[in-house]
Ligand binder design. Structure first.
Ligand code: HEM
Length: 467
């Protein structure tokens, strides 16, 4: 066969330009392509994957498009192997910047590299001890409060989890509840993030200088967040208590290994708000979805409770128990497979690239979607079924690394992944040890693809005290 191929080759072939394979994809409306379908992005992406496969071109206005990549090999290429050819797009970074400034989530190049180097030690696994005391103490105090709730009155566990994870984020970061109260701070974060969301998902917005109520509310929220964080930093620098072993203390003390310099106050404000934003809603949403899944799978709940009850004397868990809470961890991981809090990771090509044989031009957006890949039938049999056994030790053998990437990957992977993987299971175990949950029947819960994938309208349940 090889020989006959050689014989048919012309003796003096004219060099041909390389064939550029363009990914398949929906044409949509002749003028605005798929833009109207962005009103329901989850439908657009799952449907496009089903129809067109692993690399899809999504046409927007004439001559413009963006791309989605659903195959682990393509995801690894973008996040890790060829990460240097990608940046975060302005359409993502600029709205985030409005609330979190130039924090780690949005900086690029040397600025990002230096800050990441400086901040990484604060998140080391070995330094989770003090943080985990906070997770457990605040989960216990939530359970104490739940004791006084009328067991016939449903509560929204999504709201409860967001409140709890914000208190955890504030205390692990600042060592205290925020001055002026967590409620005011949470409200400012909510208002701020609402605006960020609108700017990420809608095409038209009032300019920031226009004194309409929406912009005024946003600016007030922005001022509240920044002045609160600045007052905490100033207090800490002034009191000489910068050595306190919370995240802020660690960031105040951090010095760059190359130039010996630390973070400025402005950087500390941006990084603190970034950590609050990136670190509370994500874990809160994951926990809310866990309760929703456990409410529907009583056998998984019983097994989780049996696991925590088996800790000697039925005491509350500690960080040292984490290896024994294997099933609890599997429940948390499987929940993030089906409901990934960070449901998409956007990137922009710096130069032309080729992903799985398809040409991707420079300065184009490539979107990686956990919400699609985590249910890819080539890697997840019965993809829509909740089955924590998929994460049992050894069960993932042969599964490509990027078939599951709730924390992203490559150099820009989540800095708080170990933190979240301790916080989630410990909070779950602490609360499930003390309460059963019975979901309010017939409430249709949908995935709400805001910045974080949240359950809409919430997770409504009645609580039953166990001990
Ligand atoms: C279940 C919880 C969490 C999920 C699902 C999650 C997910 C992610 C993902 C997917 C990224 C990468 C984004 C990208 O590449 O564009 C990321 C980055 C980041 N996360 Fe998380 N995260 C979680 C918890 C946390 C926590 C607890 C913290 C902090 C305490 C945190 C802080 C950050 C920061 C600062 C970045 C930016 C890192 C960089 O670009 O260098 N996250 N997170």
């Amino acid at each position: 066969m090889a020989n006959s191929a050689v014989q048919t080759t012309p003796s003096n072939p004219t060099p041909q330009p390389p064939v550029r394979r363009i990914p398949p994809g929906p044409f949509g409306n002749p003028l605005v392509g798929i833009l109207p379908r962005l009103a329901d992005p989850l439908d657009l992406y799952t449907d496009s994957f089903r129809r067109y496969g692993d690399v899809v071109r999504l046409r927007t206005i004439p001559t413009r498009a963006y791309y989605m990549v659903a195959h682990p090999e393509g995801i690894e290429h973008v996040l890790s192997r060829n990460a240097k050819n990608y940046r975060k797009p302005d359409a993502f970074s600029n709205p985030v910047r409005m609330i979190a400034g130039d924090g780690l989530l949005v900086t690029e190049g040397e600025t990002w590299q230096r800050t990441r180097r400086l901040m990484t030690p604060a998140f080391a696994r070995e330094r989770l001890d003090r943080m985990s005391e906070v997770f457990i103490r605040l989960a216990e105090s939530t359970a104490d409060r739940w004791e006084s709730i009328d067991p016939d009155k449903p509560i929204d566990l999504a709201r409860e989890m967001m409140g709890l994870t914000l208190r955890i984020a504030s205390e692990t970061l600042f060592g205290v509840d925020v001055p002026g109260g967590t409620d005011a701070f949470a409200e400012a974060l909510r208002v701020g993030f609402h605006e960020v969301n609108l700017r990420m998902t809608r095409p038209l917005h009032p300019p920031m200088w226009l004194p309409v109520p929406r912009i005024r509310r946003f600016k007030a929220a922005q001022r509240h967040l920044r002045s609160t964080v600045l007052s905490i930093i100033a207090e800490r620098r002034g009191s000489g208590a910068r050595a306190k072993d919370d995240l802020l203390g660690r960031l105040l003390q951090a010095r760059d290994s190359e130039d010996g310099k630390g973070l400025t106050d402005l950087q500390l404000i941006d990084e603190s708000i970034t950590l609050l934003v990136a670190g509370h809603d994500t874990v809160g949403a994951a926990l809310a979805w866990c309760w929703w899944q456990l409410g529907q799978h009583p056998e998984a709940m019983r097994r989780l409770q049996a696991e925590v009850d088996s800790l000697d004397g039925g005491r509350p868990p500690t960080l040292a128990d984490l290896p024994k809470l294997q099933w609890t961890r599997q429940v948390f991981e499987e929940t993030m497979r089906l409901h990934p809090p960070a449901w998409g990771v956007p990137r922009e090509t710096l130069e032309d690239d080729e992903i799985m044989g398809y040409h991707i031009p420079k300065k184009n957006i490539v979107t990686l979607l956990q919400v699609v890949t985590h249910r890819h039938p080539d890697f997840w049999p019965n993809p829509d079924v909740f089955d924590p056994e998929r994460f049992a030790p050894g069960a993932g053998e042969g599964r490509p690394k990027y078939a599951y990437f709730p924390f992203g990957g490559g150099p820009r992977a989540c800095i708080g992944a170990a933190f979240a993987m301790a916080e989630g299971p410990l909070v779950l175990a602490t609360l499930a040890r003390r309460f059963d949950v019975a979901l309010v029947p017939d409430v249709k819960v949908e995935m709400d693809p805001t910045f974080v994938l949240k359950p809409k309208p919430g997770v409504f349940a009645r609580l039953r005290k166990r001990r």
